[in-house]
Write a protein that binds this ligand. Structure first.
Ligand code: IDP
Ligand code: MG
Length: 152
């Protein structure tokens, strides 16, 4: 069902250090999306190299992997109508210099190499990323009490 599209969202180490994880989660909750999975962990370089495999030839790749492995992260799965596309809109442009005010990056960060949050860019990559970061038994099946007030 369309309402059950899932996206992989992750607070990066700068979001954790800056104490804005709650602010980020709050936006997805307030939007009306459903939290399906979340954990707090320090990701290995190996996992991050897999996660960002598509960017491995880019000049910023080594710096990206060392940034992402420099502290704990908060990987999450959020579910809802158009969760992937709407999630990207909520994040704002990759470079915070171009992110509109009102978006997470537009409001809360300054530089592309410290852009605080990851979000899947397609349903296909969401499915890959969810499988990379979570086991099936970590994806919680539940029905929010608000569901009939979020969807008609
Ligand atoms: P996205 O996170 O908006 O999907 P991608 O192009 O997939 O953007 O890049 C992944 C991450 O790599 C970005 O979020 C950012 O942390 C980092 N990154 C992208 N471009 C640059 C750059 O030019 N310099 C430094 N880091 C970059
Ligand atoms: Mg990307």
């Amino acid at each position: 069902m369309a309402n059950s599209e899932r996206t992989f969202i992750m607070c990066k180490p700068d979001a954790v250090h800056r104490g804005i994880v709650g602010e980020i989660i709050k936006r997805f909750e307030a939007k009306g999306f459903k939290l399906v999975a979340m954990k707090f962990m320090w990701a290995s370089k190996e996992l991050l190299e897999k996660h960002y495999a598509d960017l491995s030839s880019r000049p910023f790749f080594p710096g990206l992997v060392s940034y992402m492995s420099s502290g704990p992260v908060v990987p999450m799965v959020w579910e809802g109508l158009n969760a992937v596309k709407t999630g990207r809109v909520m994040l704002g442009a990759t470079n915070p210099a171009d992110s509109a005010p009102g978006t997470i990056r537009g409001d809360l960060c300054v530089q592309v190499g410290r852009n605080i949050i990851h979000g899947s860019d397609s349903v296909e990559s969401a499915n890959k990323e969810i499988a990379l970061w979570f086991n099936d038994n970590e994806l919680v099946s539940w029905k929010p009490a608000s569901v009939d007030w979020v969807y008609e």
